[in-house]
Ligand binder design. Structure first.
Ligand code: FES
Length: 115
C-alpha cells in the first residue's frame, strides 16, 4: 500500500489516496480514479501536459526511479531535467525531480505529487 499525496494550488487542500502496490497503475490512472484535476492529453508520454514533481517520502531507496524513453525525451526538451539527472537516476537510483504522470508507475512507497 502506498500513500500518494496530491498537492496543487488548483485543489482546495492536499489529498492523500491509497494506491495498491503491484497494481502497476500509472500516477495518471491513480489521479483520474480519484478525480484529481491533473492536466493530460495523449496519455502516452508524448505531449508533456502531465508533467509533475514527485517526492519520495520514505527513507528507503526509491523504487520508481526508472524513466521511460519518452519521459526522458519530453522532460529534457521541456527543460525539466538535465542529462546529468537522467544519468543519476539510471546509475545512482537518484529520483529525478520531474516526471510524467502517464509514464510513472506507482510503487509501494509514499510519495508527494505537486502540479
Ligand atoms: Fe501526454 Fe502524459 S498525457 S505526456
Amino acid at each position: 500500500m502506498a500513500n500518494v499525496t496530491f498537492s496543487s494550488p488548483r485543489m482546495k487542500k492536499d489529498l492523500t489516496v491509497y494506491a495498491i502496490a503491484g497494481d502497476t497503475k500509472t500516477l495518471l490512472a491513480v489521479a483520474k480514479a480519484n478525480n484529481i484535476p491533473l492536466d493530460f492529453e495523449c496519455e502516452n508520454g508524448e505531449c508533456g501536459s502531465c508533467q509533475l514533481q514527485v517526492t519520495v517520502l520514505s527513507g528507503n531507496t526509491p523504487h520508481g526511479v526508472a524513466l521511460t524513453e519518452k519521459e526522458k525525451t519530453v522532460l529534457k526538451l521541456a527543460g525539466k531535467i538535465t542529462a546529468q539527472q537522467i544519468a543519476d537516476a539510471e546509475t545512482k537510483d537518484l529520483p529525478p525531480p520531474w516526471r510524467l504522470a502517464c509514464q510513472f508507475i506507482v510503487r509501494n512507497e509514499d510519495i508527494v505529487v505537486k502540479f
